[in-house]
Structures are given as structure tokens and as C-alpha cells.
Design a protein around this ligand. Structure first.
Ligand code: EPS
Length: 389
């Protein structure tokens, strides 16, 4: 069993979303306003649908925290679904549902397989839980983990690198200036740091919306300030790159993950790709970071870089050919209110999942009872690995 773990609960149009995070040390001061800020960042982005005008996500802490400090016990986090009041006739835990069941499955969605697997009569029973509304709780959990990392001098930020085929020019983006939680809020922002590319991404999203279509894209998460040696080469399930990739792939609609130069390793020889090492006194450094901060499944002291690709959202206003699961006949897929593009939201969720995995690796290596013990253990270890190896 992992020392730091979490579960989420809740349906997209149910009354509430909840998460329990267990295993963080006692004595961590939490700033709720920063967690709410990440929740607000997750809600914004050009191309999001009407739902985001209804919700105003705010985290409530129901256990594990007393007067602003963690106690070491399970932390219960909860966010209200404001939209529930419009859905009580279809989403109440008891009674009879109003209206017709959803039966037109969407290609690319959990609809059809979930309907068969769970022996349901209404696709809504599947889509309510598979919905990316659940990522609200990932961001709340990740926000608490970010507070832990911040107290240890670790930052986690993200930026969008491509939407619908429109890519940033990497030369125009200074990744050391990416702000993460501290970035100014902008409901139409895309968490993109190439302003010219961002405008073209928005134009592309407008075109997709006009055509009743949706767009995916890629984003990058960067973590700095990590101790060397998180994760391990010793066993497959302790390799940190594997854990990061798994956590990232667990985000709804993510179809691919790469670490550092990732798929570019297929293009060039080892001489062009591996990060050469240099030494000054006892300090080893590199001039490149193609490895994305991970060698042998362990952090090597360079920034950790994880990228992911999100598929276009399966709910199309110009629906695709599909099947009616009740009548077992051809139909056009159902169209519910949805987003045309949610890549910037996914980038904030990516930050949260990376923050969770890194916090978990730190707790595993340095202990998780008291914050002072964790800090002392990291300081002693950092001193040893820098000077005496
Ligand atoms: C989603 C459909 C839309 C999105 C939703 C995810 O919601 P609704 O069906 O209420 O219009 O807005 O995302 C969120 C609610 C959120 O908070 O991100 C889906 O089917 O996955």
C-alpha cells in the first residue's frame, strides 16, 4: 500500500464531488486561496462550454486540518456542484428518474463499453462518472500536494504547447517564466506562453466550434527543485517515470505521455540525445535535459518534464455515426452541452497529478509523519549527495 494515496467520489451532475487524501505529514500549513486559484485555472480556457458559467469551484476541507495546519490524518476535500439543482430530477440518489434515458453512444467515449460492462439501461449511469468534471478533485488534491512541495522548495507548472495542430514556437517560450498557480486569471486564456500562437489556437477553436467539432492538443508539466533520487531503478513499480506516465494517462481523454525528449529519441543517435555530464568541484551538472530530469527511473536533479496529448472531446455538436444501445440500430451520437476544447484545463490537471506523484515519492523516501522531520531528512540527504558521494 502506498504511503500517500487518494480517492475521488462524485458524479458530474450529482450534489458534490469529494476526495480523501491520506498520508501527508502533520504540521503543513495550507493556503486554501492557492488551491481555489488552481480550481479557477482549471475552469478557464477559450472553447469551454456553458457549464463553466454555472460552476464556481471552491474547496471545502472537512477533515484532517485544524486552524490551517494538517494533522497527519485523512484530509477530506469537497466541492459543490452548483448545477445539481438543475439536475435533481435526473440525478437524485433515490426515486424515479425523469425524462428519457440516454441511448445514443458517443464514439471515443466510455458510453458503449460502460453500458455493457455495468449492465445499465441508461448511458447517463456511465457518463456521469467518466466525465472530466471529476478532475476538479484531482486539482484539489494536487493543490494540497503542491502546498507540501512548495514548503520543500519544489514548484510544479504547466503550459499548453499545441491545439488542433497549432503549435507554439519553443524559441519564444522561456519556460523558467511560467507562473503556474500565480498566473493571472483569464477566462479565455489557454495557459499558453506564446501569445501569437495562442491567438491562432483561439481562431482554430472558433473554426471547430462553428463546424460543431472539437479539438485536442498537447501540454507540458515542469517540476523544479526536486531532490535527486526520487523513485528507484530497483523495481518496475518504483520507477518514477512509470508512475508519472501512469498518473498522467489516468486523466480523462489523455492518449499519450512522454518524458523529456520522449518520441524524439527515435529521430537521432545517442551522441545527439544523451545529456553530457560535467563536474565543478563535487557538483555534477548537465547543459541539456533531454532525459526530462529522470534517469533509471530516478530524479537526477534536473527539472522533471512530462508531456501529454489530449484527444478531441467525444461530444460533437455535429455528431458522428454510432449505435442506439437500446434499439440496437444505427443512430447519430447524442449531443449534450459540452466543451469544444479543454486542453488548458487538462494542463492544470496534469500539474495536479504530477504534484501528487512527486509528493508521494518524497513521503516514501523521507517519511510522512511530521513536516519538521521531512525537512530535516531532506536537508541531511541533500548535503550528503552533494558533498560526500
Ligand atoms: C463533460 C461535459 C461538460 C463539461 C464537463 C465535462 O459538462 P456538462 O455536461 O455539464 O455540460 O463542461 O466538465 C466539467 C463539468 C468540468 O468541471 O470540467 C464531460 O462529459 O466529460
Amino acid at each position: 500500500m502506498s504511503s500517500l494515496r487518494f480517492l475521488t467520489a462524485g458524479e458530474s451532475h450529482g450534489p458534490r464531488l469529494t476526495a480523501i487524501l491520506e498520508g501527508l505529514p502533520a504540521g503543513l500549513a495550507l493556503d486554501l486561496s492557492r488551491i481555489d486559484r488552481d480550481l479557477a485555472r482549471r475552469q478557464q480556457g477559450y472553447g469551454r462550454g456553458g457549464r463553466m458559467k454555472i460552476e464556481k469551484d471552491h474547496v471545502e476541507v472537512l477533515s484532517g486540518v485544524r486552524f490551517g495546519e494538517t494533522l497527519g490524518g485523512p484530509i477530506t476535500l469537497s466541492v459543490e456542484n452548483r448545477d445539481f439543482k438543475n439536475w435533481t430530477d435526473r440525478m437524485a440518489p433515490f426515486g424515479e428518474p425523469a425524462g428519457e434515458p440516454v441511448t445514443a453512444a458517443r464514439p471515443g467515449h466510455a458510453d458503449l463499453t460502460g453500458y455493457k460492462k455495468y449492465a445499465r439501461k441508461d448511458i447517463r449511469d456511465i457518463l456521469e462518472r467518466s466525465s472530466a468534471r471529476e478532475t476538479t478533485m484531482r486539482v484539489a488534491v494536487g493543490g494540497v500536494c503542491k502546498e507540501f512541495l512548495r514548503a520543500l522548495g519544489v514548484s510544479v507548472v504547466s503550459h499548453v504547447t499545441k491545439i488542433g495542430g497549432v503549435a507554439i514556437d519553443p524559441a519564444k517560450v522561456d519556460v523558467t517564466k511560467i507562473l503556474g498557480t500565480d498566473a493571472p486569471l483569464d477566462p479565455d486564456g489557454l495557459n499558453c506562453y506564446d501569445a501569437e500562437a495562442e491567438e491562432r489556437m483561439k481562431a482554430r477553436i472558433r473554426e471547430a466550434m462553428a463546424a460543431g467539432d472539437t479539438l485536442g492538443g498537447t501540454f507540458e508539466v515542469i517540476a523544479r527543485g526536486l531532490p535527486l533520487g526520487l523513485g528507484s531503478h530497483i523495481q518496475w513499480d518504483r520507477r518514477l517515470d512509470a508512475r508519472l506516465a501512469g498518473a498522467m494517462m489516468s486523466i480523462q481523454a489523455i492518449k499519450g505521455v512522454e518524458i523529456g525528449a520522449g518520441f524524439e529519441y527515435a529521430e537521432k543517435p545517442g551522441s545527439a540525445m544523451h545529456d553530457e555530464m560535467y563536474i565543478e568541484d563535487t557538483h555534477v551538472y548537465r547543459k541539456t535535459n533531454n532525459a526530462g530530469g529522470l534517469e533509471g527511473g530516478m530524479t537526477n536533479g534536473e527539472p522533471v518534464i512530462v508531456r501529454a496529448v489530449m484527444k478531441p472531446i467525444p461530444t460533437l455538436m455535429q455528431p458522428l455515426h454510432s449505435v442506439d444501445v437500446a434499439k440496437k440500430e444505427p443512430v447519430l451520437a447524442c449531443k449534450e452541452r459540452s466543451d469544444a476544447c479543454a486542453v488548458s484545463a487538462a494542463s492544470v490537471v496534469g500539474e495536479a497529478m504530477v504534484a501528487f506523484v512527486l509528493a508521494q515519492a518524497i513521503v516514501e523516501k523521507f517519511g510522512g509523519d511530521a513536516m519538521t522531520d521531512v525537512k530535516a531528512a531532506i536537508a541531511a540527504y541533500d548535503e550528503r549527495v552533494e558533498k560526500d558521494w
